[in-house]
Design a protein around this ligand. Structure first.
Ligand code: FAD
Length: 344
């Protein structure tokens, strides 16, 4: 009997791959290994529909919440973009995968080494975000779900509120209305320093919410993380019968969904043989590298040269924001960003 393919890791990449694989190639035998007791890491992922228009039909069953528009609040103005924005909830993904995949396809509470995975499988697709960067800065993220004392009155997410700024590092502060009095808040600080006082961040967020006119009744969930903000190419392990999907998230925002959906679609559009998939993944890495090297350069401008206004410049323009979110900036857009950096 042929050994199954092993999908290593049940984060967003592993879950999307397993889900789409079952839908498109139901005869492929695979096993998804996850070391914790849940798929989807208790995370929530948000994305604009325009980030992955081509994939929205198969993503739709996984979406827990949608809004028909989204906003940007700048110091001197407010902009509304009439394009849908969606949220995928880890808890929901966990439930859907458990309901849709045969039980032998999912191994929870099952940490597996890469060596063992190679022995036990026909080949391994390693979806863990395990990679190194010779040079990098850091992104300190605080995600909170808060219940407010009164209704917030928001009907659309605010993807970037520049009124909540930080003198020292770029800050992307966004909030998503989950119910009339519950908000999901995402706050990311881009910094050269690895250390960050999350205690002071928490109190900054409380006063930011107060400045927006709301009072927190209860913090329902809170998650802190420090992730790499790449300023050089990722280095990842890929030897033997292993295909690594590491280091493929957006170099500035860290979002996975735009690249993940695109690459997964290409993968399931094959006869699912090792050599074929390996070629598709390395081709995809090459294809997006020119855009990625530019985004990594922008990271340097943001963190080292403190060119914080670049993000405001990008978020202000619908088309520029659309291509930026997808990680695909054209020559004119890149030139405009560099012009803004040098002459603003
Ligand atoms: C604060 C924050 C907010 C984000 N928000 C968004 C967003 O809104 N939209 C978006 O698109 N992206 C977002 N991202 C990025 C995205 O959520 C992913 O975390 C990231 O891209 C990596 O995903 P992954 O699936 O590749 O790896 P991981 O999330 O690292 O998942 C790997 C999985 O493998 C498991 N594992 C590890 N070792 C083993 C082992 N030996 N055996 C078995 N299992 C193992 C882990 O438990 C984990 O579940 C965000 C990231 C952060 C930090």
């Amino acid at each position: 009997m042929n050994k199954p393919v092993i999908i290593l890791g049940g984060g967003i990449w592993g879950c999307l791959l397993a889900y789409k694989l079952k839908e498109s190639l139901p005869d492929v035998e695979f096993t998804l290994y996850e070391e914790s007791s849940v798929l989807g890491r208790h995370e929530v992922w948000t994305f604009r529909e325009s980030d992955c228009l081509e994939s929205i039909s198969w993503l739709r069953p996984l979406i827990s919440k949608s809004w028909y528009e989204h906003r940007i609040n700048l110091n001197d103005s407010q902009k509304t973009y009439h394009g849908p924005c969606h949220l995928i909830d880890g808890q929901n993904i966990h439930k859907i995968l458990l309901e849709n995949l045969p039980s032998h396809c999912i191994r929870l509470n099952n940490p597996i080494t890469l060596e063992l995975a190679v022995q036990e499988s026909s080949f391994v697709i390693d979806t863990r975000e395990v990679c190194h960067f010779k040079k990098c800065s850091y992104k300190h993220s605080l995600t909170m779900e808060v219940e407010l004392q009164l209704n917030h009155g928001l009907n659309a997410p605010v993807l970037f509120d520049t009124r909540i700024s930080n003198d020292d590092s770029l800050r992307i502060f966004s909030y998503f209305p989950l119910s009339p009095n519950v908000l999901l808040i995402k706050d990311s600080c881009f910094s050269h320093d690895l250390s960050m006082s999350f205690e002071s961040r928490r109190s900054e967020i409380s006063s930011a919410i107060l400045n927006l006119g709301w009072r927190v009744e209860k913090v329902l969930k809170e998650e802190m993380s420090t992730t790499v903000l790449p300023t050089s190419k990722p280095i990842y392990f890929q030897e033997g019968r292993v295909i690594s999907l590491a280091g493929l998230s957006h170099d500035i925002t860290g979002c996975s969904i735009p690249h993940a959906t695109k690459l997964i679609e290409r993968i399931v559009n094959t006869s699912f043989r090792f050599g074929e998939i390996k070629e598709i993944v390395s081709g995809f890495r090459c294809e997006i590298e020119r855009d990625r090297s530019f985004l990594r350069y922008v990271n340097k401008l943001i963190v080292q040269k403190k060119s914080h206004h670049l993000m405001e410049f990008i978020y202000k323009e619908p088309e520029l924001l659309e291509n930026f979110s997808r990680g695909r900036l054209n020559f004119i857009e890149r030139s405009r960003i560099l012009w803004e950096h040098h002459f603003h």
